[in-house]
Design a binder for this molecule. Sequence first.
Ligand SMILES: [Zn+2]
Length: 407
Amino acid sequence: VGRHPGSLVAVPVLGVAVAALLAALLIAAATGATTGVHALAADTPLRLLEWIAEQCARVPLGHGYLASSTVLALLAATAAALVLRRVLHEGGAFGARRPAVAPHDEVDGMELPAAARRRAARARLAVALAGAVVVAAWAPHVVRLRGGDVVIHAIDVGQGDAFAIRTPRGRWVVVDAGPRTARSDAGRDRVVPFLLKQGARRIDALILTHPDADHIGGAAAVLDAFDVALVIDPGLPAGKDMFIDLLATARRGGQRWIAGRAGIEFRIDDVAFHVLYPLHELDGSAGANDLSVVFRLEYGGFGALFLGDAPSAVEDQLVARHGGRLRAAVLKVGHHGSATSTSESLLNATRPEIALVSAGRRNRYGHPAPVVLRRLERHGVRVLRTDELGHITVRATRSGAVEARAR
Ligand SMILES: [Zn+2]
């Protein structure tokens, strides 16, 4: 805007592009010809303009993400309109150094100082509104720099799973992205807005536990909205449309995608992720739930176990292989708390303080099952359910202290 170096280039380029497009439209209207050839003249300046915008956005603080909130959109639109108006009237917004109250001789007595004062007040309002938008966009970014804890968010996506894990230095791992139906998309409506409001810029890993619609439905929206460094899934040859669409989305974005297998480990900040399941060979006859990617998160003395929709047969294998090393203060119970998961032997091995259950309100499957809730109660585990509490936040320190809250 105004005398910003970028605008010195961008404004003439924009002028050429708009003029060329307008000429193409006029020629088409006058001659009835297709606009293709004439519109080519606008192509180069439009590409150049896009390139300038990209370069400006790469500068630190050069761009910010805004959650799709109506209030922010209205604020941004108002600020943009006021700034534009000032640019048009004054030939510059913030760079213009004309006195706010113009001397009479400069305006030939045509403009009263009162009018000039009103204009200056409007300009100040525009600057204040633009500032408010910037602050609203960056506040979450500043807030996230504070904490040294790992935070697990159970996002309320109804009947399905979606978890977002924030590392101590504000990096993100997303585990499943909620369901998608013909009418709704939990990724678009819940997961992406949540992450944007948290100030997330990029996702370091998106773990898709298995290719069922209540877990991968929202994943395309997440891939579209963020730069996702790595996708991990069981690598099942699943022929369902939703999964094939997702692969196509990932392919368009040149996405790095690996099959999650026992033994894969990665570390983000000081948080370690150990994949425990599936084992190396996939059993072709097994269902998707039976091949859920299971992983254990470790941060100092804190552990959390994420089971996807794994049934108790998988839990038994994990207990046999790892025993007490499965110890986890937080247990993301398998399969939304259904009766097929959360076995006695798993609870003995993990000894959790908190069980996270992601399920829809009054869901038709009866998740979580009363038998599982009773088992958890017997083990003295605090059960936190998204169907009762909505969004749940669990914060853990390096020493292993855990604190949970719902909102
Ligand atoms: Zn599920």
